[in-house]
Design a protein around this ligand. Structure first.
Ligand SMILES: *Cc1c(COP(=O)(O)O)cnc(C)c1O
Length: 463
């Protein structure tokens, strides 16, 4: 397992779980509501998503297929918006998790704002008609043209990440007589993942400006003096797949202490604080995410307490969930192609996609839940590994799982919680065309992004 890079460092990926290999589940066909989209169920043995049967989706759109349960996505977006507006905070959906024009419209209709982190994501958002003033632009290396486009479009806030970017933005804003609103991304030395976090004083990473080295303070002072840029707040993002608010608490305390120092030294009051994203979801029933309401209450209480302790007015809070909105809404359907029993070890079940539509297992050692999708039965469980069709032995979708012993080529399998960071990270490795993204709702389905064809692949190749 040590071959896996992990966002929270190697310590998180080099130990096999105690229950390895895992015990078979009681029911191979169960669809645990903690992992599957709301309303997912079986009818005549097959999985039904948003009222549409898996075999029908596969027949109409082919596999591999990203299926997005629109109602599930909207319900989670709504829950975040309601929970955070109850404590006077804003929610920006992190578009990097999954962004299509339809998704941007759902986000807008549910009352959320939107974060993008490249010119391409900004283009999708603007093409969807998303109001520019409700968009935030992130990125550690925003280009001149990305910044110019954001300023011209009237993007509501730019989260600045370096001194080079401040130079670029000053020039662009001065040229146009514009005054973009910015937040400074600070690194607090807190790195959080699942139930653990590491709080250090140093910041060995490419994002943000460190509190510990004084870089954040230099950036803030420079922006406060700027004639062309309106500094409105600070931003801190501490990690991903977080199930506990303790890391946010340490980060908020450090940011509040910094705000108090800035206030004492310069008299400036920064009115916004964004605590980033990273809220966890259940990829397997073992994951225990916090409810949006509890996160909202806990974060707002932490910020209020830390600011009051520092004698500061409480800034307007915002957060940026991506995975927690999009992840649970998505399911990937695959067709089984090859079933290979490696005697005495396990059975390798190969499907028609793989690391090109889900890189997270190879990249992070991510865990997923998979279930037979086209039929149910009573066959014995077999210890399996769900793998793709790429020329790479690390092309694994689910490392350890049990599938029914009668699984055969042509059967469909479904992998749950693939709504975030699967389509958005998809590649054309081995010249596989990327799968379609289809939305299901109320018994009908529609294409959000059509499947790529070989013609699409060849169109870019000029010979
Ligand atoms: C990735 C990211 C997010 C979203 O993270 P999730 O884990 O999807 O919630 C939010 N803000 C920033 C700055 C990010 O880099």
């Amino acid at each position: 397992m040590s071959r896996y890079a992990h966002p929270a460092g190697p310590r998180h990926a080099d130990v096999l779980p105690e229950d390895h290999p895992p015990a078979p589940p009681e029911d191979l066909y169960a669809l645990d509501p903690r992992v599957w989209p709301g309303g997912a169920h079986r009818a005549d043995g097959e999985i039904v998503l948003g009222g549409v049967a898996a075999t029908e989706l596969a027949r109409e759109y082919g596999t591999p297929l990203f299926v997005l349960d629109e109602e599930d996505f909207r319900a989670r977006a709504r829950e975040f918006r309601e929970s955070f507006s109850a404590v006077g905070a804003d929610v920006y959906y992190a578009g990097k998790a999954l962004l299509t024009k339809a998704v941007a419209r759902w986000v807008q209709e549910e009352g959320l704002k939107l974060d993008v982190c490249s010119g391409g994501e900004l283009a999708v958002a603007l093409a969807a008609g998303f109001p520019a003033e409700d968009i935030g632009l992130h990125g550690n290396n925003k280009s001149e043209s990305e910044l110019a486009r954001a300023v011209d479009a009237g993007v509501g806030r730019i989260i600045v990440d370096s001194f080079d970017e401040i130079d670029r933005l000053e020039r662009i804003a001065a040229d146009r007589g514009a005054r973009p609103r910015v937040l400074v991304r600070v690194t607090t030395g807190v790195e959080a993942h699942t139930h653990e976090f590491v709080a250090t004083a140093h910041d060995d990473q490419k994002f943000g400006l460190a509190l510990s080295t004084g870089a954040a303070e230099r950036a803030v002072r420079r922006l406060l003096d700027s004639d062309h840029i309106d500094l409105v707040g600070l931003h801190s993002h501490i990690g991903s797949q977080i199930f506990d608010t303790a890391g946010f608490e340490v980060a908020a305390r450090r940011v509040a202490a910094f705000l108090a120092r800035i206030h004492a030294d310069t008299g400036a009051t920064l009115s916004e604080l964004d605590l980033g994203g990273g809220l966890g979801i259940a990829y397997t029933p073992a994951d225990t995410p916090l409810a949006a309401k509890d996160i909202a209450q806990s974060l707002s209480a932490i910020v209020a307490r830390e600011c009051e302790a520092g004698g500061l007015p409480v800034p307007r809070l915002s957060v940026e969930p991506g995975r927690a909105v999009a992840g649970p809404a998505g399911v990937t359907l695959y067709t089984v192609g090859t079933v290979k029993d490696v005697e005495g070890i396990r059975t390798y079940v190969s499907v028609d996609g793989g690391m090109s539509d889900n890189i997270r297992t190879a990249l992070y050692g991510a865990e997923y839940t998979c279930a037979p999708a086209s039929r149910a039965g009573s066959a014995e469980p077999m210890l399996s590994r769900l793998v793709g069709k790429h020329c790479e032995s690390g092309d694994i979708i689910v490392n350890d799982l049990h599938l029914p012993r009668d699984l055969r080529p042509g059967d469909l399998v479904a992998v749950a919680a693939t709504g975030a960071y699967c389509h958005s990270m998809a590649s054309n490795y081995n010249h596989l065309p990327r799968p379609a993204v289809v939305a299901v709702r109320g018994g009908s389905s529609r294409t959000l992004v059509r499947r790529e064809t070989e013609e699409d692949l060849l169109r870019l190749d000029r010979g």
